[in-house]
Design a protein around this ligand. Structure first.
Ligand SMILES: Cc1cc2nc3c(=O)[nH]c(=O)nc-3n(C[C@H](O)[C@H](O)[C@H](O)COP(=O)(O)O)c2cc1C
Length: 200
C-alpha cells in the first residue's frame, strides 16, 4: 500500500482568521510521521460559490468549474483532518458549503478534527462528525481540542502566545489522533482498493 494521502483542510476563510496558527502547527506535527502524507488544503484557494447545483453530485454531475476543481482536489485524498473554529456552536458556513459541494469524493474515507475555541470547539466538532456520517465518511474517535485556558493563552483574544506555548498539552492527543486516523485510513484504503479490483 502506498502512503495514504491526507488533506488538512482549513475550515475558516475570513481575512482575519487565526486558523493558520493551528493548521500550520498541526502540519508540522504530521510531518514528523512517515505513515501519513499530509497536505494543507486551504478553502480560500477554491473560491467556492454558495451551493447552486441541481443536486449533490451523488445524483447529478456538478456544473460550476470551481466546484469541479474542488471535487477533483477532495478526490486526491484517502482521509481528512479538518481544522475548525466554532462559529455559534457549529462549523463555519464556508466549511459547510465546501462539504456540500462534493459527495462521492468523501465516501468511505476517515475524517477527524482539530477544533479550537473557548470550549475546544466541541459542539462544532460533533456537528462536523454528524455531517460526515451523511457523506459516508468514517469519523474516528481520536480528535484534538484546543480549549479553555490553553485556548486563551494561545489565541490573540487574550494571551496571543500561539499554540507553541501550550503544545506540550496537545502533542499526546495529536499523536493519538494521528494513530487512530492512520489505522482507519489503512483499513478503508485497502477495502476501497479491493472493491475497485473486483469491479475492474
Ligand atoms: C461568527 C463567530 C462566531 C463565534 N462563535 C464562537 C463559539 O460559538 N464558540 C467559541 O468558542 N468561539 C466562538 N467564536 C470565537 C472564535 O473562537 C474565534 O474568533 C476564532 O479565532 C475563530 O477562528 P478563525 O479566526 O480561524 O476564523 C466566534 C467567532 C465568530 C467570528
Amino acid at each position: 500500500m502506498t502512503t495514504p494521502k491526507i488533506a488538512l483542510i482549513i475550515g475558516s476563510t475570513r481575512a482575519a482568521r487565526w486558523a493558520d496558527n493551528p493548521a500550520n502547527w498541526l502540519l508540522a506535527q504530521a510531518e514528523k510521521r512517515s505513515d501519513l502524507d499530509v497536505e494543507l488544503v486551504d478553502l480560500r484557494d477554491f473560491d467556492l460559490p454558495l451551493f447552486d447545483e441541481v443536486a449533490s453530485n451523488l445524483w447529478a454531475p456538478s456544473q460550476d468549474p470551481k466546484v469541479l476543481a474542488w471535487q477533483e482536489k477532495v478526490a486526491e485524498f484517502d482521509g481528512y483532518i479538518f481544522v475548525t473554529p466554532e462559529y455559534n456552536h457549529s462549523i463555519t458556513g464556508a466549511l459547510k458549503n465546501a462539504l456540500d459541494q462534493a459527495y462521492v469524493e468523501w465516501v468511505r474515507k476517515p475524517m477527524t478534527v482539530f477544533g479550537y475555541g473557548s470550549m475546544g470547539a466541541v459542539r462544532a466538532v460533533e456537528h462536523l462528525r454528524n455531517i460526515a456520517v451523511e457523506l459516508q465518511m468514517v469519523p474516528v474517535r481520536g480528535a484534538l481540542h484546543l480549549g479553555g485556558a490553553d485556548f486563551f493563552t494561545a489565541h490573540p483574544i487574550a494571551g496571543g502566545a500561539g499554540i507553541e506555548a501550550v503544545e506540550d498539552n496537545l502533542i499526546p492527543s495529536a499523536n493519538g489522533m494521528f494513530d487512530d486516523l492512520a489505522w482507519w485510513v489503512a483499513a478503508t484504503k485497502t477495502a476501497r482498493e479491493n472493491d475497485a479490483a473486483k469491479a475492474a
